[in-house]
Design a protein around this ligand. Structure first.
Ligand code: 3PG
Length: 306
């Protein structure tokens, strides 16, 4: 079987080597398409692929239609909003993600960006500390729980809300205290870190009314997806409330407008959360193993289009 790794933002070399080892050990062949800038290159590369590994690369209906032999696509990472699941299902393609494999990397970046923000982007002026501050985690999944674990080390007072978890489940983690709803999280906390996926329900859900519940000096951290933010409303709010800060690992569409809030806004030029050797190795090799198990035993654990 031919396994194609198509990554516009490539894995570290050590991860590609590890993926190759798993693929070849299982009797398959590896093809690589890295740093492509033209979607036609992706269409050509998938034409004879039996399996596909991607990162945030968009696997659209068109990609699927060009991939006549494709049986499985694995998004090496957590969020699979880049996969057209309907098109995959229609073409009998199994779609998977690799949950948890890159979550520590994202969580470490959250804390790094937070320190950067409270120290005024290292501009020499006096900043503030995280010790004793209230951190709110919106969605207590793999990334959220890692953020809570690390934030505890900073001495932060950690709260969480997750629409799919009970308060008891959150409290039982021992690293975060549950609040009743997301409004309460924004009201209670000095910093809110977003870890919700981009779904029909969450897109645009971080809006004026919600963020406006934050106390003076509130900081919103987004390492999730730009689509969960209602950008027009956040821009309006930040113009009105000059105390609020927005820190993002997912550059907003309105980056140029947010840049007007000097000292209160920062976005990474390219999504950096999962961009570590360790995360690349973990997610890439998990993807390769999942493909090998699928071809060997028909294993569909981690399938997201069931
Ligand atoms: C994820 O959903 O796993 C993260 O957003 C990482 O995305 P990336 O593989 O594009 O860095």
């Amino acid at each position: 079987m031919k396994v194609l790794v198509a990554t516009e933002k490539p894995f570290a070399k050590v991860a590609v080597d590890g993926i190759r080892e798993v693929v070849e050990k299982n009797g398959h062949t590896l093809a690589l398409l890295e740093k492509y800038t033209d979607v036609n290159d992706l269409y050509a590369a998938v034409a004879d692929a039996d399996a596909l590994i991607v990162r945030s690369d968009k696997v659209t209906k068109e990609v699927v239609e060009h991939a006549k032999n494709l049986k499985i696509v694995v998004r090496a990472g957590a969020g699979y909003d880049n996969l057209d699941l309907e098109a995959c299902t229609a073409h009998k393609i199994v779609a998977m993600n690799t949950p948890g494999q890159n979550s520590n990397a994202v969580a470490e970046l959250v804390m790094g960006m937070l320190v950067y923000a409270v120290r005024n982007f290292y501009n020499g002026k006096s900043g503030s500390e995280l010790l004793g501050k209230k951190l709110g985690i919106l969605a207590f999944g793999n990334v959220g729980r890692n953020v809570a674990r690390i934030a505890k080390g900073f001495g932060m007072d950690v709260y969480a809300y997750d629409a799919f978890m009970t308060a008891d489940q959150i409290n039982a983690s021992g690293i975060a205290k549950a609040v009743a709803n997301q409004e309460a999280l924004f009201e209670t906390c000095d910093v809110v870190s977003l870890h919700i996926p981009a779904t029909a329900e969450t897109k645009g859900s971080i809006n004026y009314a919600l963020v406006n519940k934050m106390k003076k000096g509130g900081i919103l951290v987004n390492t999730a997806r730009k689509e969960v933010i209602n950008e027009a409303e956040l821009l309006k709010l930040m113009a009105e409330r000059t105390d609020l800060r927005y820190i993002a690992d997912v550059m907003p569409d309105a980056d140029a407008d947010f840049k007007a809030f000097e000292g209160r806004y920062f976005a990474t030029p390219k999504k950096m959360g999962a961009q570590t050797e360790e995360a690349n190795v973990n997610a890439g090799i998990a993807a390769a193993n999942q493909i090998a198990a699928f071809f060997k035993d028909g294993c569909t654990k981690f399938q997201v289009n069931k």
